[in-house]
Design a binder for this molecule. Structure first.
Ligand code: GDP
Ligand code: MG
Length: 710
C-alpha cells in the first residue's frame, strides 16, 4: 500500500479551488478566501482509506509556471476544477489543462485526473453533457463530479474519489471504451479463481466462496448474501452459476460489475491479497519473503508444506492414477507465469511406465528445488498461493532451515531428511546410469532417454532403519580441472569406476587424493558394469587395496543391466553413510532382519531416543556441579571426564557400552547427590532406560558374536 496521497487542484482563476479546500476543512463556506490555500495534510485516521492525504492549491496570481510544473510532477492525482456556470472555464479543461499536464508526465505513468464542476448551486442544469465526451476522449480521466463549495455538496466525495483514484486506479483493471476488463486483470483474477478452487472442479462452491471471502475481507459471507451474489450473476448470464457455485465466467462478471459500479476497490482488495501490485504483477515482497539461511545449513520443506503440496497434487490428478499426465501437469502450472519444469525433470525423479511424474517423483522434485534453490521454491509456492491457502504469514513458513552441519557432526545425530551425494567418475564410467538406476530404470529403459532431456540430478527416497529419507544424487562433470565449492560440498561422496575398463579407476583415485583424503566427508567407491567381465585396473594399487589403505569401505559392485528395476541396496547404504558419517559400519547391510539392523532400529526408535535425551539431561544436570567441585584438573583429562563420555555416547557401534557405563555411574551418583523429589521424577526414565539399554547390550553382544562367526 502507498504511504500517502498528494492531491493537486488546478483550473482557471475564480472557479472556486481555494473555496473547495476551505469548505472541506472547516465544513462551512468561507465568504472570503485567500488567493491560495496553504498545503494541508489530513491525518490517516480521518480519511476513508486510512492514508495521510496532502491537498495542494494553485493560484496563477501567486505562483510561477515553474512552480506549477513542479507541483504537477509531485501530484498523485490532479483535480481540474471548472465552474459549471462558466463556459470558458470548461473549454480551458481540454484546450489548456489536460495538454499541459500530459506534457509534464510520462505516457506510461499518467497521473489520474478528476474533472470537478464547482458552483452547482448556481445552475439548474448539469454540465455532464459537455463533460462526458471529454471523459471518453481522455482515458486518464478517472471520474468527474459536480459539487458546490457553497452548500457543501459532494465536497467530501470529491476528495474521496481523488484518494481512490490513487489507491485503486481503474486504469490497470478496466477499459472504458470496450466496457470490459483488461487482459492482465482477467489473467490475474483467473489465477486467483484457480487457487481458490480447492477441488479444481471449475466451480467455487459455498465453502470455497466463504474461504475466499474470509481471506480477502476478513469476514464470511452471510448465507443470504451468498445467494444474492449468485442471483445477480444468474440474472445476467446463463453459465455464471453451475451446480449452485460460481464459474470462472461468473466470477469475472462479478468483478466487471464491481468496477462498473465504481466499486473497484473490492477488486483491488482481492488482487492485493493475492500478492499483486498496481501493475498487476506479483510483488517481490510476496514472492520472495525474507528467509535467513546461515552457512552449513540446508533447506527442507516442513510437514505442512508437504501436506499442501499433496493437496495440490490431488486436486490435479483427475484420473487418480497417482501420476501427472502432461495435461494434468500443464493444468497444475496454469497459476504460474511460465512452465517451471522442463523435460529434464522427468529424468530427475521417479516416473511411471508412461514416463509421467508420480506422486513420489513430484514431492521429490519439490524437495530438490527447496534444497538447491530455496528462493525459487518460495517463488513457486507463492504462485500456488501457499500462504493464502495455508493461512500462513508467507511462504517462508513452509521451510525448515536445518541445524548447522557442524553441530550435527559434533552431536553425531541429525534431524535432516535430505542428504546430498556427489557422484564423481571418469567419462563413460557409468555415472548417469547410476543416477538413473536410483529412479528404478534399468539399462534398456535408460537407452530411451533423449540426450537433451538428461539431468545431472536424481532424487528419490530410501528407508534407513525404518526412517524415510531423501537421497539427492548429483553427477559432477569430470572434465573440470578445478572443482567448485558446490561440487565438493555434500554428505557422502561416490567415486564411480567402470570395472570392465582398465583405465577407469585412476580418475577416482586422483579425485580422492586431491579432494577427499583429508576431508570429513565419507566416501564410497562403486565398481559399475559388474555384469561385464572384470578387468585388472591399470593403477599402482588394486581398488580393494586402495580402499584398505585409505580406510574406506571396499568397492561396491553395481550393475543396472538388469531385467527388472536395479537393486536399491547401494542407495540405502549411501544414505546410511550420509546420515552416520562417524559410524565405521562394519556391516553395511540394511536388511532390517539381522541383529545389526535390529540393534540399529532399536537405537533409532523414538522411545530410546527420548529416553537417551532425558537421561543425558538428567546426568548432565547432576554432573556439572560435581565436576565444578572436582576442579579443573579433572576437566583437563578428557578420557577420565564423564562429561566427555556422555557426548561420545551416540557413536553408533560403541554407544551401547558407553551408555551403560554412564548409566551405572549416574545411578551411583543419584544415591548420594540427588534430592528425593528429583529422584521420583526421574526414576521412571532411569528404569525404562535400564531396560532398554540392557536389551540393546544383549542384542549388540549377539551381533558381535555373529560377526565373529562370519
Ligand atoms: P479560486 O481562484 O479558484 O481559488 O476561486 P476562489 O475559491 O477564490 O473562489 C472564487 C469566487 O467564487 C469566490 O467569490 C467564492 O466565494 C466563489 N465561490 C466559490 N465556490 C463557490 C460555490 O460553490 N458556489 C458559489 N455560488 N460561489 C462559489
Ligand atoms: Mg484561489
Amino acid at each position: 500500500m502507498r504511504k500517502d496521497v498528494r492531491i493537486l487542484l488546478v483550473g482557471e482563476p475564480k472557479v472556486g479551488k481555494t473555496s473547495l479546500i476551505m469548505s472541506l476543512v472547516s465544513e462551512e463556506f468561507p465568504d472570503e478566501v485567500p488567493l491560495r490555500a496553504e498545503e494541508i495534510t489530513i491525518p490517516a485516521d480521518v480519511t476513508p482509506e486510512r492514508v495521510p492525504t496532502h491537498i495542494v492549491d494553485y493560484s496563477e496570481a501567486e505562483q510561477t509556471d515553474e512552480q506549477l510544473y513542479q507541483e504537477i510532477s509531485k501530484a498523485n492525482v490532479i483535480c481540474i476544477v471548472y465552474s459549471v456556470n462558466n463556459k470558458k472555464s470548461i473549454e480551458k479543461v481540454t484546450s489548456h489543462w489536460i495538454p499541459l499536464i500530459n506534457d509534464r508526465t510520462d505516457k506510461d505513468s499518467r497521473v489520474p485526473l478528476i474533472l470537478v464542476g464547482n458552483k452547482s448551486d448556481l445552475v439548474e442544469h448539469s454540465s455532464m453533457e459537455t463533460i462526458l465526451p471529454i471523459m471518453n476522449q481522455y482515458t486518464e480521466i478517472e471520474t468527474c463530479v459536480e459539487c458546490s463549495a457553497k452548500n457543501l455538496k459532494n465536497i467530501s466525495e470529491l476528495f474521496y474519489y481523488a484518494q481512490k483514484a490513487v489507491l485503486h486506479p481503474t486504469g490497470p483493471l478496466y477499459c472504458p471504451e470496450q466496457k470490459e476488463m483488461k487482459p492482465p486483470c482477467i489473467k490475474s483474477l483467473t489465477r486467483i479463481f484457480k487457487v481458490s478452487d480447492l477441488d479444481n472442479d471449475g466451480i467455487l462452491n459455498d465453502n470455497e466462496l466463504n474461504f475466499f471471502q474470509r481471506t480477502c475481507f476478513n469476514t464470511p459471507l452471510a448465507p443470504q448474501a451468498l445467494e444474492d451474489v449468485k442471483n445477480v450473476v444468474r440474472k445476467n448470464m446463463t453459465d455464471g452459476v453451475r451446480d449452485n457455485g460460481l464459474t470462472l465466467k461468473g466470477f469475472l462478471f462479478l468483478h466487471t460489475l464491481f468496477i462498473q459500479r465504481g466499486r473497484h476497490e473490492t477488486t483491488w482488495t482481492v488482487l492485493r491479497r493475492f500478492g499483486y501490485d498496481d501493475d498487476l504483477e506479483l510483488t517481490q515482497d510476496y514472492l520472495f519473503p525474507p528467509l535467513k539461511i546461515p552457512s552449513d545449513c540446508t533447506t527442507e520443506l516442513n510437514h505442512n508444506a508437504y501436506l499442501f503440496l499433496q493437496s495440490v497434487f490431488d486436486k490435479h490428478d483427475k484420473d487418480r492414477d497417482c501420476a501427472l499426465s502432461p495435461d494434468e501437469l500443464k493444468d497444475l502450472f496454469k497459476v504460474f507465469p511460465y512452465m517451471p519444469w522442463g523435460p529434464d525433470v522427468n529424468n530427475t525423479v521417479c516416473t511411471n511406465d508412461q514416463g509421467w511424474i508420480t506422486y513420489q517423483g513430484y514431492l521429490s522434485q519439490w524437495t530438490l528445488t527447496t534444497y538447491l534453490d530455496v528462493q525459487r521454491c518460495l517463488e513457486y509456492l507463492g504462485y500456488l498461493g501457499y500462504s493464502i491457502i495455508c493461512e500462513q504469514e508467507s511462504q517462508a513458513a513452509a521451510i525448515t532451515v536445518t541445524r548447522d552441519k557442524k553441530i550435527d557432526l559434533q552431536k553425531k545425530q541429525t534431524q535432516r531428511n535430505v542428504f546430498r551425494c556427489n557422484v564423481f567418475g571418469a567419462r563413460g564410467s557409468g555415472k548417469s546410469s547410476f543416477l538413473q538406476a536410483f529412479l528404478g530404470r534399468n539399462l534398456t529403459r535408460q537407452k530411451t532417454i533423449r540426450e537433451d532431456h538428461k539431468s545431472y540430478y536424481a532424487i528419490s527416497t530410501t528407508y534407513v532403519y525404518g526412517q524415510e529419507k531423501y537421497l539427492l544424487l548429483h553427477e559432477v562433470f569430470p572434465d573440470t580441472e578445478l572443482l567448485s565449492e558446490s561440487d565438493l560440498c555434500c554428505d557422502v561422496v561416490c567415486l564411480v569406476y567402470d570395472s570392465s575398463n582398465p583405465s577407469s579407476f585412476e580418475y577416482c583415485a586422483k579425485i580422492f587424493k586431491q579432494y577427499f583424503m583429508d576431508s570429513k566427508t565419507p566416501c564410497m567407491i562403486i565398481a559399475t558394469k559388474s555384469d561385464l567381465p572384470e578387468v585388472k585396473q591399470l593403477y599402482s594399487m588394486s581398488p580393494v587395496d586402495f580402499c584398505k589403505k585409505h580406510k574406506i569401505p571396499p568397492p561396491q559392485s553395481f550393475t543396472c543391466n538388469t531385467a527388472d528395476a536395479p537393486s536399491k541396496d547401494i542407495y540405502i547404504k549411501l544414505t546410511t553413510v550420509a546420515m552416520y558419517p562417524h559410524a565405521r559400519l562394519r556391516c553395511m547391510c540394511t536388511c532390517n532382519r539381522c541383529t545389526f539392523c535390529i540393534c540399529q532400529n532399536l537405537l533409532n526408535s523414538e522411545l530410546l531416543q527420548s529416553v537417551k535425551a532425558k537421561l543425558y539431561t538428567a546426568v548432565l544436570s547432576r554432573l556439572v556441579p560435581i565436576l565444578n567441585e572436582l576442579g579443573s584438573s579433572l576437566l583437563a583429562d578428557k578420557e577420565a571426564n564423564p562429561f566427555y563420555q556422555v557426548h561420545a555416547a551416540s557413536h553408533v557401534d560403541e554407544s551401547v557400552c558407553v551408555e551403560f557405563s554412564v548409566l551405572s555411574f549416574s545411578l551411583s551418583l543419584s544415591d548420594r547427590h540427588v534430592t528425593q523429589a528429583d529422584l521420583k521424577s526421574s526414576t521412571f526414565w532411569l528404569r525404562a532406560s535400564v531396560g532398554a539399554t540392557v536389551f540393546a547390550v544383549l542384542g549388540f553382544a549377539m551381533y558381535r558374536a555373529l560377526l565373529r562367526q562370519r
